[in-house]
Design a protein around this ligand. Structure first.
Ligand code: PEP
Length: 249
């Protein structure tokens, strides 16, 4: 039995003052029972979030990480830096990073390895574009992404890996995948993990769905057998809507 994992990706939203308001609101409204709840604010808000989350069950994550350890990489943030501000999770390979910053499966794989080497947990995102879905090559695209992002990771690494299936056409569009569409891809991902590793690993791995998840559609999506949680964008920016996704679980 896999526990649900709900992560909020704040993207480039909330300054430190707004961060304090949102974290305080979440602490009041989010009651996590058998659910792992993670918030991923921007880098500039991590310290204040860490301070305010002390004593809370809500975990802290980052939205990205450098592949480099330290040195002359202007603008980059290392895994050690993230660890030092209390991050337990890092999202890698979000479709916005793939699209706007040209991140490849290979780079995402390197980032995932950095996170895992630092004994942290990684949320690795995959997902097809609308064009790819319409060309009916979703399975092919997801298969290539999964093989690429997991290359060289061991069975024990997989204990700290979450895969987020995020169809690009559903992100920030208000148009979520139907529970059936999402479940089909989740089953494919679990099957691929089973083929690459073992059925034991496949049964345990957490596979989140992301793409316009909100309180109105979360229950049905999360009731699918292979949907083990959600990666939430827009709806995680207000305590009530984030809590509205978590509370019914
Ligand atoms: C996301 O950014 O990962 C996401 C799923 O966004 P939204 O929930 O707004 O579609």
């Amino acid at each position: 039995m896999r526990n649900k994992v709900i992560a909020g990706n704040w993207k480039m939203n909330k300054d430190v003052f707004e961060t304090a308001d949102l974290i305080n609101g979440l602490k009041k409204s989010v009651a996590a029972k058998n659910v792992e709840v993670i918030v991923c604010p921007p880098f500039t808000s991590l310290v204040v979030a860490q301070q305010l989350l002390k004593g809370s069950t809500i975990k802290l994550g980052a939205q990205d990480v450098s592949v480099h350890d330290d040195g002359a990489y202007t603008g980059e943030v290392s895994v050690t830096m993230l660890k030092s501000v209390g991050c337990e999770y890092v999202i890698v390979g979000h479709s916005e990073r793939r699209q706007y910053f040209h991140e490849s499966n290979e780079l995402i794989n390197q980032k995932a390895k950095k996170v895992l080497a630092a004994s942290m947990r990684v949320i690795i995102c995959v997902g097809e574009t609308l064009e790819e879905r319409e060309k009916e090559i979703t399975d092919k695209v997801i298969t290539a992404q999964i093989k690429g992002v997991l290359a060289g990771l061991s069975e024990s690494d997989l204990e700290r890996v979450i895969i987020a299936y995020e169809p690009v056409w559903a992100i920030g569009t208000g148009k979520n995948a139907t529970p059936r569409q999402a479940e089909d891809v989740h089953q494919l991902i679990r099957k691929l993990v089973g083929q690459i590793y073992s059925w034991n690993v496949a049964e345990k791995i957490i596979i989140q769905y992301g793409g316009s998840v909100k309180p109105e559609n979360a229950k049905e999506l999360l009731s699918q057998d292979d949907i083990d949680g959600a990666l939430v964008g827009g709806a995680c920016l207000k305590p009530d809507s984030f809590a509205g996704i978590i509370s019914p679980i």
